[in-house]
Design a protein around this ligand. Sequence first.
Ligand SMILES: Nc1nc2c(ncn2[C@@H]2O[C@H](COP(=O)(O)OP(=O)(O)OP(=O)(O)O)[C@@H](O)[C@H]2O)c(=O)[nH]1
Length: 418
Amino acid sequence: MTRRLLVVEDSKPIATVIKQIAQSLKYEVVIATSLAQVEELLSVDTDFFAATIDFALPDAHDGEAIACVLSHGIPGVVMTGKMDEDTRQKILAQPVIDYIPKENSQAFLYLKRILHWQITNSDNAILVVDDSSSARNHVVELLKRRNFSVFTANNGVQALEKLAQHKNIKMVITDLEMPEMDGIELTNEIRKKYSREQLAVIGISGASNGIHSARFIKNGADDFLRKPFCPEEFYCRITQNIESLNNIAKIQHAANTDYLTDLANRRAFFRSAEQRINEYINKKVPYCLAMLDIDFFKKINDQYGHDAGDQVLKVLALYMRKHFGSGLTARLGGEEFAVLLHGIDTDNLYNRLDDFRREIAVANIPIGEHHLSTSVSLGVVFSSDEPLSKQMSEADHALYLAKENGRNQIMIAGGEEH
Ligand SMILES: Nc1nc2c(ncn2[C@@H]2O[C@H](COP(=O)(O)OP(=O)(O)OP(=O)(O)O)[C@@H](O)[C@H]2O)c(=O)[nH]1
């Protein structure tokens, strides 16, 4: 999806820098150099995702372009060379995304972060909990300006229900005093179910007594805001907490994912497989655990080079995703993979593994100018109630037998080959 950015700026060098920044984030840029041009443009075309607005233009010295852009429902970031308190207040009295003093190159780095957040914030849902509708609406309005997805609740009980319904909520902003369940109790309940890596909690209170910030934090909140707060402080706290959650998510992804194929790695597979197998056993759901290995992979490396070998590993991972989408797939290391599948019955599970094996055997994998073919061998254990480590070694032994028996086949642990 192309996002259009309106850049209102009379300085050509500055407009060029903003344009480059925006294009690096895949924005399509339209530049206007005066208020008259902005008015003319917006009279026929208002389809802009956001705008950057210079405070002083040749025909609008006092920020008049801000109201003009905002009145068309276009979220705007104000860029200003003026640093006085009067200008700041004038800008913040309007519903702008933010304002940036054009002091030095940091200003443009900050602009880049804002333009990036406007795109990514819609993936971050925030739950606003407050029994006062005016206080709630104020926070919601601030969040919507920054393009966050927003949910609301009137008290702690409702908040817990919303959290259970909407798994994409990453942050809860909660008032302290509310009927039924107050903010402290809510924070306490949240921490019984959601870790700090999953969900951030920011407490808000109008009480002048500083004890509440400490109570919120001691009960598991990540941050605290005292009412009345200014939009700048509000945004700084929200952004910092969302960024740290996103950083944790990135670190967790890197720790659990195989860098080459983007499948789960051995560690992640063992952790998730154990949980899923317990569920399958408890609910009596038929399942299978299979280990699979590319046949004569060393020859591919020797004949076509290591990069070609890597390409084959990547393509195999794509086929695994296609065939075993709902299952758990992983690269355990080298050319060895694992899959945990649940299904209707043993025949259904076996057929899915065999469809995959057959498709690999006939696939032409493009490697530069060449196409190469390969095959896989599999060892599989069906609906066992043995511990995971035992099942893995049984599947591994069956895989060894499949190789011994001629490769490109499935061997069932304790059974016969197919
Ligand atoms: N390109 C590439 N090769 C890898 C990677 N990891 C392991 N290998 C190679 O995988 C090959 C595995 O070879 P072998 O264990 O002899 O197995 P094979 O040639 O597949 O033979 P069989 O399994 O008996 O059919 C070795 O040459 C490793 O160097 C990797 O990440 N990329």
